[in-house]
Design a protein. Structure first.
Length: 390
């Protein structure tokens, strides 16, 4: 998203004294340029409040660059208290002068409801105006709105068209999204090799999501020959940037010895990093490592803790895992009612094994216990897993 102070190009003769003299005489361009100098500490001590004072003088004369810069200052709380509504006001003034960066930023504000009521149709309007001026960020965001059907009718072909325009300008996010459209055959014929090409362009710019996606293509042999070592390399680059899905996949590669020597302790390390970000499948796998003592000391209570975190996100494998722990009294007190509840919930979420375990468990339960477990399961699911255990 655009959001920095606009860069003004000053000519060689525009030394500081000349700029200041013109600014003092009320020249709006010079006032904005002087504000840029203070904002960036160019030839003067950096002083964001002083920058704002010059931006304001120019903005109030209708200078679009200064209006945009003043909007950025309010949006980021640079030299003024952060104020989304005031940011919107100044972005709008610049946007109405066809200032593409301001149109884009105003669109973002409508898309997220920052300083204005959320309004996807209005966001699309401003994104389109900026996109039609060739602003890559706006082209990418307009493509996203078409892809998701936000503020416009969903149209994958139109999404691809805007993604491509931005991607061809080198915007990594758009390259990654265009790769995804080719991978899924959305708006274009499915073409894994073309997906790989766009993922690679974005990945080589350091975009973590594209590095992850490129790793997946190598792991699965889609669009490229299957190569676990290459998959591992791209997963690691994304994982080291903190991308949870990549951390999980890297942990899995260590767990299975794919593209690297099998190393359960290293698998645990990466699972934990992803799990601590709330990734449910990583929380489940980390729970399994504690339950089995792989890469960590066996710790049933810790296994239960991680299973529970994933189960509360609706992850069926973890729900079944909790059922097993209650059924066996591992890490928790043995409790057939709670075991039945979790098996029943996991079964409702598509886990066939959990349904069989629930049915087997009923052989040793009373009708009253089964009724109680069923009621708990119903309450748990109705509460979106927030109210599950008494």
């Amino acid at each position: 998203m655009a959001g920095g102070i606009a860069v003004m190009v000053l000519s060689a003769q525009d030394d500081l004294d000349t700029v200041r003299q013109a600014a003092d005489q009320g020249d709006a361009t010079a006032q904005n340029n002087l504000g840029v100098r203070y904002a960036n500490g160019e030839g003067v001590l950096k002083d964001e409040a002083e920058a704002v004072s010059w931006f304001r003088l120019a903005a109030e004369q209708g200078n679009a660059d200064a209006q945009f810069n003043l909007g950025v200052a309010y949006a980021n709380g640079q030299g003024v208290p952060q104020d989304d509504a005031e940011a919107v006001r100044w972005y709008r003034l610049a946007a109405e002068q066809d200032y593409a960066d301001a149109q884009f930023n105003l669109g973002v504000r409508y898309a997220f409801g920052q300083g204005v009521l959320k309004d996807d149709a209005e966001a699309v309007k401003w994104f389109r105006l900026a996109a039609e001026q060739g602003l890559a960020d706006a082209q990418d965001r307009l493509g996203f709105m078409y892809s998701e059907g936000r503020g416009v009718l969903k149209d994958d072909a139109e999404a691809v068209r805007w993604y491509r325009l931005a991607a061809e300008q080198g915007l990594a996010d758009a390259q990654d999204r265009l790769g995804f459209m080719y991978s899924e055959g959305r708006g274009v014929l499915k073409d894994d090799a073309e997906a790989v090409r766009w993922y690679r362009l974005a990945a080589e710019q350091g975009l973590a999501n594209a590095q992850f996606n490129l790793g997946v293509m190598y792991a699965n042999g889609e669009g490229v020959p299957k190569d676990d070592a290459e998959a591992l390399r791209w997963y690691r680059l994304a994982a080291e940037q903190g991308l949870a899905n990549a951390q999980f996949n890297l942990g899995f590669m260590y767990s299975e010895g794919r593209g690297v020597l099998k190393d359960d302790a290293e698998a645990v390390r990466w699972y934990r990093l992803a799990a601590e970000q709330g990734l449910a499948n990583a929380q489940f796998n980390l729970g399994v490592t504690y339950a089995n003592g792989r890469g960590v000391l066996k710790d049933d209570a810790e296994a239960v803790r991680w299973f529970r975190l994933a189960a509360e996100q609706g992850y069926a494998n973890a729900q079944r895992g909790l059922g097993v722990m209650y059924d066996n009294g591992e890490g928790v007190l043995k409790d057939s009612v709670l075991a039945h509840m979790w098996f029943n919930i996991a079964g409702a979420n598509g886990d066939e094994a959990a349904r069989k375990q629930r049915d087997n468990l009923e052989d040793d339960m009373t009708r009253a216990e089964i009724s109680r477990a069923t009621e708990l399961a119903r309450t748990c699911m109705a509460s979106d897993y927030k109210d599950c255990e008494p």
